[in-house]
Design a protein around this ligand. Structure first.
Ligand code: FAD
Length: 496
């Protein structure tokens, strides 16, 4: 018999909602602890920059039980995603479980001899409290701690009327009108903000980048939705994965010339479509080597604006500020009165005690997580949504369903600590030596291996249905409705 647990879910974003639902459905008592005043995580409107929209098409950014509304566009806007998440929480009875404006400041093992953790909670009113939980699901995402960059001279730049802000603090396009804007970074948010700055009437827009990367347009060749190419199992099979059998290795060796030609053709197509040679923004690295969660989708209009000069793209990074100017490494000067730093977020679980953090993260930053969900040396806890990808909602939902079974000892194949550590070591070795691109973000990225990851999770859970017919399975993207069926085919139970 499975005992009912008191479960803390930390974070009320996409992953926290998936975790709350999975644990609640199995009969556990769930409290969702959220430091913000509202749910949604990165989609919470006060955290989103103007014009933000998903990179994933809407059928690949949804929970299994709830399609996005028909009237939503293929790539929904931030407020639409937020409304979808709010509805999801409401429909699944999750709203009353969320405790807002409460931050988990620290956690420690329970002193009463029971399993679980004591959380140090800080309320919005500054009041602190401690509370015991039997199990903790960490759902704090990869975008919770801003990466704050400072450069010499910032104070004098600001005293002269200049402004410096992190990309997540840019929420009002009116502030850019007539300004000379410089954006640091080359991620999706950097190019989104640069384009938004042009459209908002900025007097000049410069983007400063260290390296160019391959980007994927919403429609490859202007015609084919990228999901039909980059999200399919047939494409995924072109990437040698972990734990390959001898036969699979042989197949890869035989197919190498075709795979090579496939990638070169895609590079040529993208170079023409995105004017990469004309703008000097063609990356040097072969496209297949860098495909992972950091591959951004093209911001519509970005390359055209670089080509016609509305956006100036300069290679380098900030060295220091002077009044009215940002000076780059190498001495180039950019006249500016607003600097927006699209330099991302710091990975981490800051509230975890140091001794456990050392067990979680290797000295080179690689996370020790079995299936990117649990570590046997961190008992009574797990991580949902750390398995990020191009379809993070489905990843989070599968991880949540896996985690509750793991917590309850109800996986069809419940791994031993030794087996988990052996697998973690193998995966880290593979990321370090065979596929460095899989080591980005601490190794917490399953792209482009979505199907392989999902296959493992479903097998662990004992799903009796795991695949569609071979044509659909190989040539179409992951299908959320099919995954609903796979989850329903796993052994069901309830905690008493
Ligand atoms: C602009 C943008 C666009 C994106 N587009 C896509 C896309 O198209 N496709 C895709 O797959 N992914 C996309 N992503 C990635 C996105 O992060 C994930 O899809 C997903 O939203 C992550 O959800 P999460 O719940 O794991 O994390 P988050 O959304 O970051 O939520 C974490 C929550 O934890 C809370 N929290 C953190 N620390 C604490 C604490 N100590 N105490 C209490 N609460 C805490 C935070 O306040 C937050 O609400 C995008 C990300 C961004 C920023």
């Amino acid at each position: 018999m499975v005992e009912k647990k008191k479960v803390a879910v930390i974070g009320a974003g996409v992953s926290g909602l998936a975790a709350a639902k999975a644990f609640k459905e199995r009969g556990h008592a769930v409290t969702v602890i959220e430091r913000s005043h509202a749910l949604g995580g990165v989609w919470e409107p006060s955290r989103s920059y103007p014009d933000v929209q998903t990179q994933s098409p809407k059928d690949l950014y949804r929970y299994t039980g709830k399609p996005m509304p028909d009237h939503y566009p293929e790539w929904p806007k931030g407020p639409q995603v937020h409304a979808y998440l709010t509805d999801y929480a409401h429909e699944n009875g999750l709203t009353p479980l969320v405790r807002y404006k409460t931050r988990v400041a620290a956690m420690e093992r329970r002193a009463d001899g029971c399993k679980g953790w004591t959380l140090d909670l800080e309320g919005g009113d500054g009041k602190a409290a401690k509370e015991d939980f039997d199990f903790v699901a960490v759902c704090t995402g990869q975008f919770s701690e801003k990466n704050i960059l400072s450069h010499p001279g910032q104070e004098t730049f600001e005293q002269a009327g200049g402004q410096v802000m992190h990309s997540s603090d840019y929420t009002d396009p009116a502030t850019l009108k007539g300004k000379k804007v410089v954006v640091l970074g080359f991620s999706k948010s950097a190019t989104d903000i640069a384009v938004n700055a042009v459209k908002s009437g900025a007097a000049a827009v410069t983007i400063v980048y260290l390296e160019t990367v391959w980007r994927i347009p919403y429609f490859i060749g202007g015609l084919i939705n990228f999901k039909r190419i980059l999200y399919i199992r047939a494409q995924e099979k072109m990437f040698p994965g972990w734990g390959q059998s001898t036969l699979a290795r042989l197949n890869h060796a035989l197919a190498k010339p075709f795979v090579w030609a496939n990638w070169r053709a895609l590079e040529s197509l993208l170079s023409i479509q995105l004017k990469l040679n004309k703008t000097g923004l063609r990356p040097k690295e072969p496209i297949e080597r860098g495909i992972n969660c950091s591959v951004p989708i093209v911001t519509p209009g970005f390359f055209d604006m670089v080509a016609d000069g509305r956006i100036r793209a300069v290679q380098g990074t900030f060295d220091h500020y002077e009044p009215g100017t940002v000076v780059l490494t190498g001495g180039k000067r950019v006249v500016a009165d607003m600097a927006i730093l699209a330099v991302g977020w710091k990975l981490g679980v800051p509230f975890l005690p140091e001794e456990y953090r050392k067990k979680l993260v290797e000295p080179d930053g690689q996370y020790r997580l079995y299936r990117i969900i649990a570590n046997p040396d961190l008992p009574d806890m797990g991580f949902v949504g750390f398995n990020s990808s191009f379809c993070t909602v489905l990843c989070a939902e599968l991880a949540a369903n896996w985690l509750v079974r793991y917590a309850d000892g109800m996986l069809a194949h419940q791994p031993s600590a030794e087996e988990m550590n052996r697998n973690i070591d193998m995966m880290i070795e593979w990321k370090r030596k065979k596929r460095p691109a899989a080591g980005v973000y601490g190794g917490l990225c399953v792209a482009p291996y979505h199907f392989k990851h999902f296959d493992e999770l479903l097998a662990d859970m004992g799903a009796r249905k795991k695949k569609r017919n071979p044509v659909a399975e190989n040539l179409t993207p992951p299908n959320a409705d099919a995954f609903a069926r796979y989850l329903a085919s796993t052994p069901q139970y309830r905690a008493a």
